[in-house]
Design a protein around this ligand. Sequence first.
Ligand code: ATP
Ligand code: MG
Length: 272
Amino acid sequence: MSTPTIAPVASAAVDLRGVSKTFSSRREDVEVLRAVDFHAGAGEFVSVIGPSGCGKSTLFSLIAGLTIADAGTVTIDGRPLDPDAHPVAYMPQKDLLLPWRSVIRNVTLPLQVMGIDRAAARAKAQALFPLFALDGFEDAYPFTLSGGMRQRAALMRTVIQERPLMLLDEPFGALDSLTRADMQDFLLDVWQRFRHTVVFITHDIREAIYLSDRIHVMTARPARVRMVVEVDLPRPRTPQLVATPEFAALETQLLTALREENAEMRLHERVR
Ligand SMILES: Nc1ncnc2c1ncn2[C@@H]1O[C@H](COP(=O)(O)OP(=O)(O)OP(=O)(O)O)[C@@H](O)[C@H]1O
Ligand SMILES: [Mg+2]
């Protein structure tokens, strides 16, 4: 069997400056983002937290080039985002594996879309299966896998694209807490091997602290960045870290901010 291709890939810095976005329909205009500034340096792990519905996934769709901003700039390594250069691998919030394709055919799908021939794509995927602890499940169908296995497969489908920037939108939201903790360590391990830049959306403050170099806290809609918190905790991160006073202090700071923004969001929804 060939050895997994676990060489680091190139990583890219991403910056948003003054990015605004309003969605307009016949019924109403929804101002989602207002002058958002965001920074993730090359090879960093940066998280975004904020109230539900504030515009986090919209932020990702702008960075992926799927939505165009009304104002402001999105740059990759200091140059305006060029979606045709494919800098981004995006794992959307509802990342469903296609039920009629085997695991390996799900994982190779983006490579096929990129025009890589089937045998080469399969060989490349095959080499990654041990790293994602899915060896032996290449030809299984998604419905036969556990939730954690499905998320590892979806993550493999994102990693295999070898893009400098990975956007992960609440990838572990549906998992039980133990599986989720395993997946966090697993993701850190993958990130440390490949060293892409990772931008990660979560609702879980502890998850954000445990994983990140930096956390952007979004306000209620129209969302701005309320604060940016540097997570100056040693790596590799270990489960014991969660019990330290430094971790607890960050958690309290973030929880206070998020509670205020959640309350603001509920108020806003009531008066609409
Ligand atoms: N394509 C679209 N057209 C119209 N409105 C949209 C579109 N995409 C998102 N919205 C609206 O923008 C707002 C923000 O949505 P978004 O999905 O970015 O929030 P979110 O922060 O990711 O929420 P959650 O935490 O629940 O995933 C919502 O009010 C949503 O209805
Ligand atoms: Mg979302």
